[in-house]
Design a protein around this ligand. Structure first.
Ligand SMILES: [Cu+2]
Length: 149
C-alpha cells in the first residue's frame, strides 16, 4: 500500500513539475515547555507563503491531538477556539504567537523540556487547492520564557 502511494506521488510530481508551487517558509518555530502534569501546550512560528495559501491542519508525533487555534478576548476572558483554516496571504508573514493564533498540542506524550525539538507537520493548501505538508522542528523554550520579538 505504501509503495503504491509513493508511485502515485512520483507520477503526480512529474505531472505538475512545470507548475510553480507555492513556497512556504516557516521561521522561529518554538513550543512552550511544560511541567509534568500539563497535557497541552502551544506552538508558535512565523509563516510566509509566496502565494495565497491556507494552513488547514497540523500534526505532531509529540501529541495525539493537534489543532490550529485562535485566542480571543471575550468579556475580559481569554478564550481559545479551533479554526478550520488560517489564511496565509501571498508575501505576508503570518505570526503565530501567544495571545493570537497558535498550533495547539493536546494530549502530549511526555512533558516538553527546554531545548527539546518537537516536529510539527503543517498541512497547507495552495491557491490551486493542492495540499502539501511542511515539517518544522520547533524548539522548546522554558515555560516562563518572555515573549520575544
Ligand atoms: Cu489553544
Amino acid at each position: 500500500m505504501k509503495r503504491h502511494l509513493k508511485v502515485l506521488c512520483i507520477a503526480g510530481c512529474a505531472l505538475f513539475a512545470t507548475q510553480a508551487l507555492a513556497k512556504v517558509t516557516v521561521t522561529e518555530a518554538w513550543v512552550r515547555g511544560t511541567v509534568a502534569t500539563q497535557k497541552a501546550t502551544g506552538a508558535f512560528m512565523k509563516i510566509r507563503s509566496t502565494e495565497d495559501a491556507k494552513l488547514v491542519g497540523a500534526a505532531s508525533p509529540s501529541a495525539s491531538i493537534v489543532e490550529v487555534h485562535e485566542m480571543t478576548m471575550k468579556d475580559n476572558v481569554m478564550m481559545m477556539r479551533a479554526v478550520d483554516e488560517l489564511p496565509l496571504p501571498a508575501g505576508k508573514t503570518v505570526e503565530l504567537k501567544p495571545g493570537g493564533y497558535h498550533v495547539m498540542l493536546i494530549d502530549l506524550a511526555k512533558p516538553l523540556a527546554a531545548g527539546d525539538k518537537v516536529p510539527v507537520m503543517l498541512t497547507i493548501v495552495g491557491k490551486d487547492g493542492k495540499k502539501s505538508t511542511l515539517e518544522v522542528k520547533a524548539e522548546v523554550r522554558a515555560m516562563g520564557a518572555p515573549m520575544k520579538k
